[in-house]
Design a protein around this ligand. Structure first.
Ligand SMILES: Cc1cc2nc3c(=O)[nH]c(=O)nc-3n(C[C@H](O)[C@H](O)[C@H](O)COP(=O)(O)OP(=O)(O)OC[C@H]3O[C@@H](n4cnc5c(N)ncnc54)[C@H](O)[C@@H]3O)c2cc1C
Length: 432
């Protein structure tokens, strides 16, 4: 029986199940938490309406810092087996090569990532495929009634339903829009092979304020070259429709300097588009239930902090709060609030929100304050380019990390021999 077939078998018979923790939503946050708590011997129920995580455009890249958290949760090997690592990042600003960074990044497709992590669930934590019909929460016991009539009774309920509103609403927790339609993420494949592309990763920052482009990043997922572009527009903007109709023409106009390297921007897939608002929660400090990941807050994908927030929530809950909560009777709001007031969680959420707001303002605002800030930043960057050119004038060209050396580093990493290298980053300017 294949893993997929095994997962088709309803593992929890309809009836009544009693567990320590019931988790609703088996996306990244819910599945990681279930795995982590199961390892500690907790009795868990994990509920999701989809047996196989449905295909959707979500996070496709993450950094060394997050890899460290996957390792801490004991999931480094699982994550590595589902991701394509990169170590050599080419950054373009002002239409020219600005910086070449040696830093670990990891690319993946979201759906296979979630399905791969789900496949690592131990037999004692089956995925219960079902829809929640009723939820009741309280200071001692939480009760989920599913549409097939089965009941899950738990000491703690964790809501990890991402953007979905049904369970949040049933509990009475509101989503507050801090910045509506904050940004738009576009994803598409380029019709060029990784070998033809030649670089592991390329990031190109928008040149003009009027373009409202944060950046385009191109990276390898397996044998595909994938592009993510982050822009500050709404789905209704005619610019977006024009881009979707002819991405090649628009990219040639916007980024001619990298066109040749990108195979003339010929695309090999539809342009997927997702609008994201910045949101927080209200009314979540209550008995018996805790909200995590995107079910608690959403931030801008351009900053790549969504996965970091998810991992921080899972780590704080599984390492600190849930073990402490289960040790004593009851699950009243004062226990739950210790999680929302955890300085580590607060810092991760605040950093993501602050960075989301700053990045949009520095890219798009036209008031004097922001024009001056841009001038300051861009002057500093131009000086860096000038200083680098001055230093290197007359010297032989800087040797780049040889392809074979990179390959062997990557292979070592794939086999787990390399430590996550957040601290081995050498930021280096190279000749444009
Ligand atoms: C286009 C895009 C690009 C992004 N790029 C990045 C990036 O590059 N880097 C980064 O760090 N972050 C990125 N993010 C953010 C990141 O994807 C999210 O923060 C993260 O995936 C949230 O995980 P989650 O588990 O909270 O939600 P999800 O993974 O969405 O999980 C929610 C789960 O709940 C289930 N569910 C829904 N309703 C119910 C219900 N009623 N009952 C039971 N289950 C239910 C769903 O089926 C799903 O399995 C991006 C987001 C978007 C939209």
């Amino acid at each position: 029986m294949s893993i997929a077939e095994a997962r088709e078998t309803p593992a929890v018979p309809p009836g009544r199940t009693e567990v320590d923790v019931a988790i609703v939503g088996a996306g990244l946050a819910g599945t990681l938490l279930a795995l982590s708590l199961a390892k500690a011997g907790r009795r868990i129920a994990l509920v999701d309406p989809h047996r196989i995580h449905h295909d959707e455009f979500r996070a496709e890249k993450t950094r060394a810092e997050q890899m460290g958290l996957f390792e801490k949760l004991g999931l480094g090997t699982v994550f590595r087996s589902l991701a394509t690592p990169m170590t050599d990042l080419h950054v373009f600003r002002f239409g020219q090569l600005f910086e070449r960074k040696q830093a670990w990044e990891y690319a993946f497709s979201y759906t296979p990532l979630i399905n791969g992590i789900r496949a690592a669930l131990p037999p004692q934590v089956p995925l219960t495929v079902g829809k929640v019909a009723e939820v009741s929460t309280g200071p001692d016991r939480q009760r989920l009634a599913l549409t097939d009539g089965s009941i899950i009774d738990a000491r703690l309920l964790v809501v990890a339903t991402g953007y979905s509103e049904a369970v949040r609403r049933a509990i009475g927790v509101e989503r507050i829009e801090e910045s509506k339609a904050h940004s738009l993420t576009m994803g598409f494949d380029l019709a060029i092979s990784p070998q033809e592309f030649g670089l592991q990763s390329l990031t190109y920052y928008g040149k003009r304020v009027a373009d409202r482009i944060a950046f385009l990043t191109i990276f390898r997922i397996g044998e595909r070259m994938r592009a993510n572009m982050f822009i500050y527009r709404t789905v209704a903007d005619p610019w977006v429709r024009t881009f979707r109709e002819n991405p090649q023409k628009m990219l040639l106009e916007l980024m001619p300097e990298i066109a040749e390297r990108c195979g003339g921007f010929a695309t090999a897939s539809e342009v997927e588009v997702r609008q994201v608002s910045l949101t927080t929660s209200q009314g979540h400090r209550r008995d018996g239930v805790v909200f995590i990941g995107d079910a608690f807050a959403t931030t801008c994908p351009a900053q790549g902090d969504g996965i970091h927030r998810v991992l921080t929530d899972v780590d704080c809950l599984s390492a600190t709060h849930i073990p402490a909560w289960l040790e004593t009777p009851g699950m009243a709001a004062d226990k739950i609030c210790a999680f929302y007031d955890d300085p580590i969680k607060i810092a991760a959420d605040a950093r993501a929100m602050r960075a989301s707001i700053y990045a949009r303002r520095i890219t798009t605002e036209t008031g004097l304050e922001w024009r001056l800030r841009r001038l300051r930043n861009n002057t500093a960057r131009h000086l860096m380019i000038f200083a680098r050119r001055f230093r290197e004038a007359g010297k032989p060209a800087t040797p780049h990390l040889a392809q074979e050396e990179l390959l062997s580093t990557t292979q070592k990493h794939m086999s787990g021999d390399c430590a996550p290298a957040g601290n081995m980053i050498v930021s280096e300017l190279t000749n444009p």
